[in-house]
Design a protein around this ligand. Sequence first.
Ligand code: PMP
Length: 584
Amino acid sequence: MLQFQEEVVPELEHLRHATIHNDFNDWNVLVKNNKVAGLIDFGDVVYAPLIQELAVCLTYACFDKEDPLEWAGYVLDSYHKVLPLEEKEIDCLYYLVAGRLCMSLLNSAHSRILEPANDYLDVSVNQAVSLLEKWLEINPVQARIRFRKACGFADEAIEPVTVSLEKRFNHSGTVLSVSYKEPIHMQRAAFQYMYDVHGNTFLDAYNNIPHVGHEHPRVVEAGQRQMARLNTNTRYLYDGLAEYSEKLIKKFPPSLNKVFFVNSGSAASDLAIRLAQTYTGHRNVMVLEHGYHGHTRLGIDISHYKFGSRGGAGQADYILKVPIPDTFRGPFKQNDGTAGIAYADQALDVLNESGISAAAFIAEPIVGCAGQVPLARGYLKQLYPEIRKQGGVCISDEVQTGFGRLGEVFWGFEQQEVVPDIVVLGKPMGNGHPMAAVVTTDEIARAFDNGMEFFSSFGGNPVSCAIGIAVLDVIEEEGLQNNALLTGEYFLKELRTLQKKYPTIGDVRGHGLFLGIEFVKDRTSIEFNPVLANLVKNEMRKACILVSTDGPHENIIKMKPPLCFNKTNVDQVIDELNALLLKV
Ligand code: PMP
């Protein structure tokens, strides 16, 4: 309905109007020379855009069809021969059908409440839901192309990828990377789907930022409405800030009760380190091997993934790097708590050898850029008290793992049975709107108030707060954490079945909808297999499924889809992976 509002409503006054039958579901009704020639029910006659009638007709033609666009094409072809359509009318049809389906669904659902014994209503609800789901997969771009074709109109010319790339790099540095050997020119997105300019629908198994689904209407609407009312900064009082802060803080253990808003994960991790250094009076920061926390100067300093890789300037003098507690590749593999203790001891050795107190230890609960590596069980529980004992604070970077993605917990640190002193939030928080935050204790927040003002021009602005509230509401109302749990368990189970079939799958890991597949040459040598991972990524892209590679050797396939991902989507990914691995 939101898309209808955006795409059709502004066009309405430019569309041809006529007296039409508004519930045109009788195939004998005739339309001749712009006039309705035969009517059954005058109660439904309205003066409205001519194509409204056609949209109803198309909806009926598409019900229960394997390829609804094929049937829509037949109707359009015949209609256009009798009553030629204009291009702008054709371009509205996808949304008109979608709008009609939404209305039918609501009407039937409402009637079902009034008439509980009327089982036929279930049929119409199911029919509408099933076509709506198909309609999302079909996408507006593809529909426009096929509808235009059915009426003999050429589609708009599409810019070749080489031209788009050239335009991009005219004014952007080449350091700005583009995914896949064949880059994708995206045009729209909805929920777990992204649509390119050619009308292809991509199943998004990768992007974790559109957490509750791409362009989720509740989130979009919240942002649009607030933007039209007031957008300012934290130097004024407005209701959204307090309301959102309260809602967000409720999601944390009681000791974490203060929040600072910024606009990116990088700004948040940078601020987290400053908070830690101000509070403790120490400078050193302990970080994990292969960790990533941001692109600011400080962010790079605390990210071994950057400072230790190609182009990196090496480890800064105030950084202590400790081994990643990886039970697949590391020296300790017993993930029953013993490996966690052994890795924590390794980290303490590094700390003790430095001879200086560290201000902070920062880590993700599942190290994303290392290739979705979950910290060994019991690692943080062993390490956190030691960090505090020597005068430091513990920071959990939940930029990727937070907001229910892991399924059984809302925050990743809960899996390790610890409570951090500072938590870094980002990506999913605004479902794509740039917002991030640092959550901390009262004591640390007080120490930060040392005379220097903290101000972020955009952090916590009213629009961001409205969007943040909508994201939390949608997670709750749509049971998305539980969906992450159930769909994630199913995904893992299916991946483990594949693993048994293919010795090149060394490890399958993660929680909820935050998963990784580690490709190896074989399971004995567990030699890295970046060639296969890269092939999988690019072949999946050809099959219109989005995944990515990561890890220091780029041999891990990363999956972290929007939380509305369902079991059918998992099957699509698994079937494609299976077909691909069979071939190689
Ligand atoms: N922390 C983690 C764990 C991240 O994955 C990222 C981004 N990939 C950041 C921090 C930085 O966030 P942003 O890109 O929003 O600055």
